[in-house]
Ligand binder design. Structure first.
Ligand code: ZN
Length: 346
């Protein structure tokens, strides 16, 4: 299967559920506390930059925040009461004062017309009592023109309006736009909190490897869960064959193509990380189960550490290249060539 541009973007917030729930997730408390402090002091800014890695629930946080700002029954804390008529509208995903702005279907970017539309809505007087909120996600997909239009609105904001920019890549935004927004960091939960939440979400205890593969981001782990066992089995077999010289780099790269390419690259990065931790004598808890005496097991124990770090850099570069128009098989081949060199005894 050919990889489509949509598969290639791992910055996409895979953490939204529709209609968006209005409750915070357990690890959102710190960010919520900070905002509550600002609101209590009458310092809620008109622009918020909600940032954090993919899969920590940034859109969920934005949704809960919008519901709280529209809620007519909340206390000092910026958290929706869940009981009032406003909350009922928010929960159903059709509160008239909450506007979501996303890339239009089949488009990669958020255009200036979309931004002008939503800014017009924000400028209108609300029939309801709360704030008017626009949530732009992923904000790093805004065109420069669209960012400038937002900037103009933020320079002369209508009263009781908030624009929430959601992104895993804040550096992709214009510095002028960022400087108009207050940053709110949605961080990863500590592993114990993540594991507890994940087990509840999946209805069974999850492998620590799954959470590690998701980079500690619980919603990303939920998305990976259905394919995790298969991915693990496939990648172990593939690396074993490559390192045991049963298949060549071209064939291995071809086997990695398709819809799950990014997940397979994530897996490689995670495996290398685990192998490096093992070389440093730590991190056994989430170690892979690899057949003793297999080429992969030998490779893991004979890792060239300097070269392995270079492969990690190469993997990050590969993701950037894949977002552009680079040939996916060639990019993966380059990674695998270096990987093979890094795990071969010299
Ligand atoms: Zn309410």
């Amino acid at each position: 299967m050919k990889s489509t541009p949509a598969d290639r973007t791992d910055d996409r917030d895979d953490d939204v559920l529709a209609p968006p729930p209005i409750d915070l997730l357990p690890w959102h408390a710190t960010a919520c506390d900070r905002l509550s402090g600002a609101v209590a002091a009458g310092r809620l800014p008109h622009g918020l930059l909600l940032q954090g890695p993919a899969g920590v629930g940034k859109e969920r946080f934005a949704s809960a925040l919008a519901a709280a700002l529209c809620c007519s029954g909340r206390g000092a804390r910026v958290e929706a009461c869940g009981q009032c008529p406003e909350c009922a509208l928010s929960r159903a995903g059709n509160h008239p004062d909450v506007h979501w702005v996303r890339p239009l279907e089949e488009k990669k970017t958020i255009g200036v017309d979309q931004v002008r539309d939503v800014c017009e809505h924000l400028a209108m007087t609300s029939m309801r009592s709360g704030h008017r909120v626009a949530i732009v996600t992923p904000a790093d997909r805004l065109t420069v023109q669209a960012q400038n239009a937002l900037l103009k609105t933020l320079e002369e904001p209508a009263p009781r309006t908030v624009i929430v920019l959601v992104t895993a890549r804040p550096s992709a935004l214009l510095a002028t736009l960022r400087s108009r927004c207050q940053r709110v960091e949605v961080a990863r939960p500590v592993p114990a909190v993540a594991a507890r939440w994940l087990a509840e979400a999946l209805g069974r205890p999850a492998s620590p490897r799954l959470l590690a593969l998701a980079g500690g981001a619980p919603l990303k782990a939920v998305g990976l869960a259905p394919h995790f066992d298969e991915l693990e089995r496939q990648m172990i077999a593939l690396l074993d064959a490559l390192l045991g010289d049963r298949i060549d780099v071209t064939r291995a790269a071809a086997d990695m193509q398709g819809e799950g390419l990014l997940a397979r690259l994530d897996w490689l990065e995670n495996w290398l990380g685990t192998a490096l931790q093992r070389a440093a004598g730590v991190g056994d808890e989430t170690a892979l189960t690899i057949r003793a005496g297999s080429p992969l097991q030998r490779a893991t124990s004979e890792l060239n550490i300097t070269a392995a770090f270079q492969v990690l850099d190469r993997l990050r570069e590969a993701r950037r290249l894949l977002e552009g128009s680079a040939s996916a098989p060639l990019v993966v081949e380059t990674v695998l060539l270096e990987l093979r060199a890094a795990v071969r005894p010299r």
